[in-house]
Design a binder for this molecule. Structure first.
Ligand code: UTP
Length: 296
């Protein structure tokens, strides 16, 4: 019988250089989208799939992540005394979960970051969530992936079609569609040139992995950028076992990039009941005069 996915790994030890200077002393994963840090969206996504254990891979300047998911007695007392029950409930809710923190030591690559989780994951399938890839909370990408992984008893990667000009930023697959939006992967390449990409299907930051990936990562040499790449390890896995990709057609924002982060902020603010009306009015009043001016 296929094992349930009960654990999620959140690699968060990267340097976040695209967001410097903001990320010099603060984690990129703590950058807020409206009123929640990116990593909280990721944790809530796992929570919605009944995942019970949350394994964070952190590094230097990342301690704010631990504090964010911990109890905060003084703040809680303050909210209690002021009768702010909803806020109190909101900040206490996540702290009730079981979190484990592992320091990566040095950012040696995504594959290496995942390997750090080995003692906590042990021998069961697990999810990997890159919190700077923001999935619209109304979408159920991770649930679909867990379901596909359960049916096939295999590794499943999230895919999205990306324009040619952006393909060099991703791991890219070759594969055959075996059921609607499910691809059996035959090859993958990390960050190819547009002319060498095997398709426009890029791997995005959600994975359901099986524990046999750990021994493969252990044998994987540094690849692109001198980092131990998860894509290289998955490519080796392909030689032994089937690997599937699920084509996600919903909304995803690359929160590790300034424009992607701004798009996520605008679109999620427009959906947020506490600010959407006012924010929409503000956007319209700011943009409408620009559009009128541009018209001949
Ligand atoms: P990125 O490629 O976005 O790298 O990593 P980064 O360092 O976070 O950001 P830039 O490119 O310098 O701006 C993808 C994910 O993998 C994690 C990152 O934290 C991010 O969630 N990661 C990457 C690690 O945990 N460890 C690593 O060694 C590398």
């Amino acid at each position: 019988m296929t094992q349930k996915v009960r654990k999620a790994v959140f690699p968060a030890a990267g340097l976040g250089t695209r967001f410097l200077p903001a990320t010099k002393a603060s984690p990129k994963e703590m950058l807020p989208i409206v009123d929640k840090p990116m990593i909280q969206y990721a944790v809530e996504e796992a929570e919605a799939c009944n995942i019970k254990e949350f394994i964070m891979i952190t590094g230097k300047s990342k301690r704010a992540i631990e504090d964010h998911f911990d109890y905060a007695w003084e703040l809680e007392e303050n909210l209690k005394n002021k009768g702010k029950k909803n806020l109190l409930r909101e900040i206490q809710r996540l702290a009730k979960h079981q979190f484990a923190y592992i320091r990566q030591g040095a950012p040696l690559g995504l594959g290496h970051a995942i390997l750090c989780a080995k003692p906590f994951v042990k021998d069961e399938p697990f999810a990997v969530i890159l919190s700077d890839d923001i999935i619209d909370p109304d979408d159920s990408l991770l649930k679909e992936m867990i379901d596909i992984s359960g049916r096939h008893g295999a590794t499943v990667l999230a895919l999205q079609r990306v324009p040619k000009a952006e393909i060099h930023r991703y791991g890219v697959i070759a594969g055959t569609e075996v059921e609607k939006n499910v691809y059996k992967i035959s090859d993958m390449v990390e960050k190819p040139k547009a002319s060498e990409a095997p398709s426009d299907l890029a791997i995005i930051g959600r994975y359901i992995l099986t524990p046999d990936i750990f021994s493969i990562i252990e044998k994987t040499s540094p690849g692109k950028g001198g980092e131990i790449q998860l894509t290289d390890a998955l490519k080796s896995l392909l030689q032994k076992k089937p690997v599937y990709g699920y084509l996600f057609e919903g909304k995803r924002y690359d929160g590790g990039d300034k424009i992607g982060y701004l798009k996520a902020t605008v679109e999620l603010a427009l959906k947020n009941p506490t600010v959407s009306k006012q924010f929409k009015e503000y956007l319209l009043s700011t943009i409408s005069p620009m559009i009128t001016k541009e018209q001949p």
